[in-house]
Ligand binder design. Structure first.
Ligand code: SAM
Length: 273
């Protein structure tokens, strides 16, 4: 340990041969310790407190263990908000912001009841509830730990038109009661090789039997919960468009359309009851 910041800038440069993004992310981390922008930009030397030294040491340790920066900082930027996150929830992905934008463009009634299934950190539901104060947003998750994180965000943003519910998918929802259901459910196949790169995120947020089970379960229950003419929107893996569209078709949904993300990959499906 050292009581000088210069020592840690040098440490970050040394580690950059193995961890290319470390020097940049170290600067993000220093901002969270309230070190001044000028000192960070100039990589200047200042004395640092014992508490900050311990935090910096712990940053280097966690970073070199592969812990994602958002978990280390305990925050994630999403839809112009900064959400609290930790390893109890999936780190919000940029493509999911597009789902929020798409939902906000739908011609829903001003007092619509909107239900999000599998809310995780609550990033989608909180963003929607803040953008549309007259909607009633209900967000479910089967992970009590994820709901604790969503609750932190609900409080952080003082959201009043959002209710969190512990539930297996939308089994709590009443028949014919909802105008829109949205979900970015777990959609990775248990044998998918990419899982080895995602070991720090909760497996229950990522994986579903044969990569499609969650879509089937939600689509079935959504048919019951949606009002006639109500809509459902899924985010899915970029190779799953055809399967997700056929699941919705088999459940009796109509006007099923696919949408792309900003990279032009098939990523969202919208359908109507
Ligand atoms: C891919 S994450 C999405 C989190 C967040 N909505 C987002 O887009 O960042 C899927 C979420 O579904 C939840 N989930 C998994 N199985 C569920 C079930 N049977 N019922 C409700 N939620 C479930 C997980 O706990 C996780 O929070």
């Amino acid at each position: 340990m050292s009581g000088r910041l210069q020592f840690y800038f040098a440490e970050a440069r040394k580690l950059s041969s193995h961890y290319g993004t470390l020097p940049r992310d170290f600067k993000f981390f220093l901002r969270s310790l309230k070190i001044s922008e000028t000192i960070i930009a100039l990589e200047d030397d200042i004395p640092i407190s014992l508490e900050d030294q311990q935090q910096i040491e712990s940053f280097f340790h966690e970073y070199t263990q592969g812990i994602p920066l958002d978990y280390i900082l305990q925050e994630s930027a999403f839809f112009n908000h900064t959400f609290f996150v930790d390893s109890r929830v999936l780190i919000p992905r940029p493509e999911t912001e597009l789902m929020v934008e798409k939902v906000l463009r739908l011609p829903l009634s001003s007092d619509a009841v909107v239900l999000e299934v599998g809310t995780g950190s609550g990033c989608i539901s909180v963003s929607l509830a803040l953008s549309r104060p007259s909607w009633r947003v209900i967000a479910s998750d089967i992970s009590a730990e994820a709901l604790e994180v969503a609750q932190i965000n609900l409080k952080k943003f003082e959201v009043v038109n959002l209710q969190l519910i512990y539930s297996n998918w939308l089994s709590f929802a009443r028949f014919n009661s909802v105008e829109l259901i949205i979900s970015n459910p777990p959609y990775i196949h248990p044998d998918d090789e990419h899982l080895k790169d995602l070991i720090h995120e909760p497996i229950s947020a990522l994986v579903t039997p044969n990569g499609l089970n969650s879509f089937k379960e939600i689509a079935k229950q959504a048919m019951h919960a949606l009002k006639s003419g109500g809509q459902i929107m899924f985010e899915h893996g970029h190779t799953q468009k055809d399967e997700v569209m056929s699941i919705l078709h088999e459940e009796g949904f109509i006007n099923i359309v696919s949408n792309q993300d900003l990279q032009g990959l098939n990523r969202f499906v919208l359908a109507e009851k």
